[in-house]
Design a protein. Structure first.
Length: 128
């Protein structure tokens, strides 16, 4: 699994180095079906392995190699009871732009920040 840049925190990688046990839960939007994978992970910076995950000219700095120990379907009752895929965003829930505007005393954020989010994310997907 490629370790693509995210929030620049190393917590998960540190956990893998210290313990190695991992558990992944795979969801498909709109489906009340989940697959759980438990295994042992290690980090690799092997150039040939990293090159297998090249995307749009970018190569991950590291790859998480997972030895699968267990794989099974997860009980769907919790997903069904939660109504996860049928929920809409509560109107009174503040947006990221609202929070940023308040935290910066109006210097940043606001509705424009929220409306530009998709474009901003696409433009900075591979940024360093």
């Amino acid at each position: 699994m490629p370790d693509w840049r995210g929030n620049n925190r190393l917590d998960s990688l540190r956990n893998i180095v210290e313990d190695g046990r991992v558990s992944l839960l795979f969801l498909i939007g709109g489906e009340n079906f989940a697959v759980r994978v438990n295994g042992i992970a290690r980090l690799s910076a092997d150039d040939k392995l990293r090159a297998l995950f090249e995307k749009d000219g970018h190569i991950p700095n590291t790859v998480i190699v997972i030895k699968v120990v267990e794989i099974y379907s997860q009980c769907s009752r919790a997903l069904m009871r939660s109504g996860l895929w049928s929920q809409t965003r509560p109107a009174d829930l503040p947006t990221a732009g609202d929070l940023l505007k308040e935290a910066s005393h109006g210097d940043l954020g606001g509705p424009q920040y929220d409306s530009d989010q998709a474009k901003r994310s696409q433009n900075t997907l591979w940024s360093d």
